[in-house]
Ligand binder design. Structure first.
Ligand code: GMT
Length: 380
């Protein structure tokens, strides 16, 4: 039996960051599968083109009233969520990152008469549990929003366990891993390597992140400085934030000729296809979407064995995992891959296969569709 397409509202942080990238890709994939998707946020998510079919964007306007010392986003967001749900007959509000999106969705739902109320699906991405969940000023509000959601998902089994423990949540939580749907690169691999000034035989190490404290950029640079093949590599950092605070450390470690930074790159696929080894020194990751992005381009990674990373990478098969903080061990792991192109290629191939099998749009998006159908059926 053909089921009717759904109308889904998605709220996320629209800027560079794992949860926003995932939410944007999910919206695009749902629209491609015939559903109607409404993004509700303060800005259009940067990977969503203005003319995307079946995708609508509803901006939340924030007024800076003189009375408020701090501008409020939660209330105008909830009002916009209620308005879009009512005007477009949304079935589901799917919020990515609990704070403040889940609270706003619960409030929006209660503003509407029962017949117009949407189902609320909350996807936890990481620091909404591991950082804000521990904060007494946020924890109880997050726990309340999760209890009131029609479904809660986490992007890894690790995050499911953390959520149960830290937020004392005893309701069912579905694990739906992240996916990545790469776009075709716009430039040829050789062109990108030339732009980066890579010499023949020089290895390109790639790190992509928003540079926030859990990414431990200090340890990333320390690992690069520990590499004995001083002239055999360049570390390319695709920085989703200002890199200036790290420049002193680059100079102190004598890495000026080795580290290349590109800020706020949107065409990440150009660089992913050009990389030889991904490098990730995070102290915490619920998943690490960037590792998956490298896997999709047949690039093995060296990463810290923290949080959900071991669910994404298979140690010794798709890359190498090293205990957190062991920068010498990380440097040795990177060198072993630089010096063995055949092993690197085999791991890259295994990474690409694993990404396609477990973390592709085709593997993951139907799980979200089934979840939406389940919550919609539960209250009819
Ligand atoms: O660290 C980020 O990229 C931001 C953060 C977010 O919520 O936007 O990332 C979290 O969500 C990503 C997408 O699900 C995960 O890949 C990251 O591992 C996770 N970050 C942390 O847990 C620190």
């Amino acid at each position: 039996m053909n089921e009717r397409p759904l109308k889904i509202g998605i709220t996320c942080y629209p800027s560079v960051g794992g949860s926003g990238i995932l939410a944007s890709a999910l919206g695009e994939e749902l629209a491609r599968r015939g559903h109607e998707v409404h993004f509700i946020s303060y800005e259009r998510p940067f990977r969503i083109a203005a003319d995307s079919p079946q995708i609508f964007f509803h901006p939340v306007v924030i007024n800076d009233y003189g009375l408020f010392k701090y501008p409020d986003y939660t209330l105008p967001l909830s009002v916009k969520m209620a308005e879009v749900t009512r005007d477009h007959g949304l079935d589901v509000l799917h919020v990515h990152y609990a704070v403040p999106h889940a609270t706003a969705a619960i409030l929006a739902r209660s503003m509407l008469p029962p017949a117009q109320q949407p189902r609320v699906v909350t996807t936890l991405h990481g620091t909404d549990t591991t950082l804000l969940g521990r904060d007494p000023g946020y924890g109880p509000a997050i726990t309340h929003a999760l209890a009131c959601s029609d479904a809660v998902t986490t992007v890894s089994a690790y995050l499911q366990r953390e959520t149960r423990e830290l937020l004392a949540v005893d309701r069912p939580i579905d694990v739906i891993h992240n996916f990545f749907a790469p776009r075709p690169p716009r430039r040829a691999r050789e062109e990108v390597r030339r732009e980066l000034g890579l010499k023949p035989g020089e290895a390109m190490l790639l790190h992509l992140s928003n540079l926030r404290p859990p990414k431990r950029i200090d340890l990333l640079l320390k690992t690069a400085a520990s590499l004995k093949l001083r002239d055999g590599f360049k570390l390319v950092i695709l920085a989703g934030a200002d890199f200036t605070p790290f420049l002193d450390e680059v100079r102190r470690l004598g890495l000026e000729q080795r580290v290349i930074v590109r800020e706020k790159v949107t065409d990440i696929e150009d660089y992913l296809q050009a990389a030889d080894v991904g490098l990730f020194t995070s102290e915490m990751e619920s998943f690490c979407l960037s590792i998956l992005e490298t896997m999709c381009f047949g690039c093995p990674s060296v990463a810290t064995a923290v949080g959900g990373i071991p669910e994404v990478m298979e140690d010794g098969v798709t890359g190498l995992l090293v205990p957190f903080g062991d920068t010498d061990g990380m440097a040795r792991a990177v060198e072993s891959l630089i010096q063995d192109p055949a092993r690197r290629a085999a791991m890259g191939q295994a990474a690409r296969t694993r990404a396609g099998k477990l973390f592709s749009a085709d593997a993951i998006v139907p799980l979200y569709e089934a979840l939406y159908r389940r919550v919609c059926a539960a209250r009819t």
